[in-house]
Ligand binder design. Structure first.
Ligand SMILES: Cc1ncc(COP(=O)(O)OP(=O)(O)O)c(N)n1
Ligand SMILES: Cc1nc(C(=O)O)sc1CCOP(=O)(O)O
Ligand SMILES: [Mg+2]
Length: 373
């Protein structure tokens, strides 16, 4: 008499040993149950991630990587481990954390499931040492592969969101910073850059942290102007660098391959250099003179027309753009614009965001040359 008789269903899941089991056997059953539960957990989490790779990103290679890991997990899920399962007797099935019920975006859903898979693999790695040391080693290797998969998938997720972003809010300091950004996010904004050239670092750090959380709650990208250290400190999605800021190659080394790097450009040579150096997007401007960037001469619409025909990466027209002139910029070929005052000083940032987006989406000019849409 073994497993079937050692649990008494009438005790509502409390394990009652009806026949004396040796201590070693009891421990073995517990280890088997832990392994069984965590093999399931890892496989389920991977399946959720795989579905997004397949249907959300249309990425057969990433989906195949997830599938391969699932198959490896299935390989270790032997009959004797499955046989140790006792779901009705598991006191953990009703335990949920409020965060498990709340997924505010695809990003948070993916992150939660990567976390679940990694935790499960860590548990498997430890407990398999008492069962099959080779399985422990395999789970350790798998955990490292999942970390790599996570950073590459999250990087692709950012790239996709960048591609879909038509309006870019560059912030300016003010009492209503957080509430203005939130109002714009409510209007559908998906890209925010925190820009404050004068505040103390303590203030910058605190505001950047808040904005990063806010943006991620709304599923938007959060970038930091100029400062790589701040971007890393708050785990931002990347940085925006001007011609006087750090070279892209150094920023890339420090940020790794998956965070975004944007570059300001005011002329053809700067635009071509930014593409060659590996920028993820460029700013194209200032289209019009603007008090936000005093002293910088306007490039005019000619440069916008050039970018529309020749820029092979996402680009944002910037500088003096408002609801009255945005159509002129769109007619010159822009599909994306970045603004400071038009949103930061708007009385109704949600409505202004919606207006910009409606114009940018309905009047897009994909037919113009190589314009990147
Ligand atoms: C989207 C975007 N484009 C251009 C700039 C300007 O960057 P930079 O030239 O480094 O000037 P500062 O913003 O640092 O004053 C930008 N911030 N964002
Ligand atoms: C920060 C910045 N960079 C620019 C560039 O052309 O590189 S123009 C600009 C300011 C844009 O502000 P507003 O929308 O208020 O005119
Ligand atoms: Mg700068």
């Amino acid at each position: 008499m073994k497993e079937a008789d050692c649990y008494d269903g009438s005790t509502n899941g409390v394990v009652v040993m009806v026949e004396p089991y040796s201590q070693t056997e009891q421990i073995q059953q517990v280890v088997y149950r832990i392994l069984d539960a965590n093999l399931d957990r890892a496989r389920e989490g991977l399946r959720i991630i795989e579905e997004w790779c397949r249907f959300g990103l249309n990425n057969a290679q990433l989906a195949a990587e997830c599938k391969k890991e699932r198959q490896e997990i299935a390989h270790w899920h032997t009959g004797e481990l499955r046989a140790a399962r006792n779901t009705p007797g598991d006191p953990g099935t009703d335990l949920t954390h409020p965060q498990e019920e709340q997924r505010t975006s695809i990003k948070s859903l993916l992150q939660a499931n990567f976390c679940r898979v990694q935790e499960a693999l860590r548990v498997l790695e430890e407990y398999s040492k008492l069962y099959n040391p080779n399985m422990g080693k395999a789970c350790k290797q798998m955990r490292y592969r999942i970390y790599t998969l996570e950073s590459s998938l999250m990087g692709r997720h950012r790239q996709q969101l960048l591609l879909r972003s038509r309006l870019y809010l560059v912030t300016s300091p003010g009492d209503k910073l957080i509430e203005t950004v939130e109002a714009a996010l409510k209007g559908g904004l998906t890209l925010v850059q925190y820009r404050d050239k004068t505040a103390d670092d303590t203030v910058r750090l605190q505001q950047a942290k808040k904005l990063r959380q806010l943006c991620h709650d709304y599923g938007a990208i959060f970038l930091v102007n100029d400062r790589l250290d701040l971007a890393l400190a708050v785990d931002a999605d990347g940085v925006h660098l001007g011609q006087q800021d750090l070279p892209i190659a150094i920023a890339r080394e420090l940020l790794g391959p998956h965070r975004l790097i944007g570059r300001s450009t005011t002329k053809v040579a700067e635009l071509q250099a930014a593409i060659a150096e590996g920028a993820d997007y460029v700013g194209v401007g200032p289209v019009y003179e603007t008090p936000t960037k005093e002293g910088k001469a306007a490039t005019g619409l000619e440069y916008v027309r050039y970018a529309a025909k020749n820029c092979s990466i996402p680009w944002f027209a910037i500088g003096g753009i408002d609801p009255n002139n945005v159509n002129e910029v769109i007619n010159a070929g822009a599909n994306r614009v970045a603004v400071v005052r038009s949103l930061m000083q708007a009385e109704q940032p949600t409505l202004v965001t919606q207006f910009f987006l409606s114009q940018l989406i309905s009047r897009m000019k994909p037919e113009l040359g190589m314009s990147y849409v």
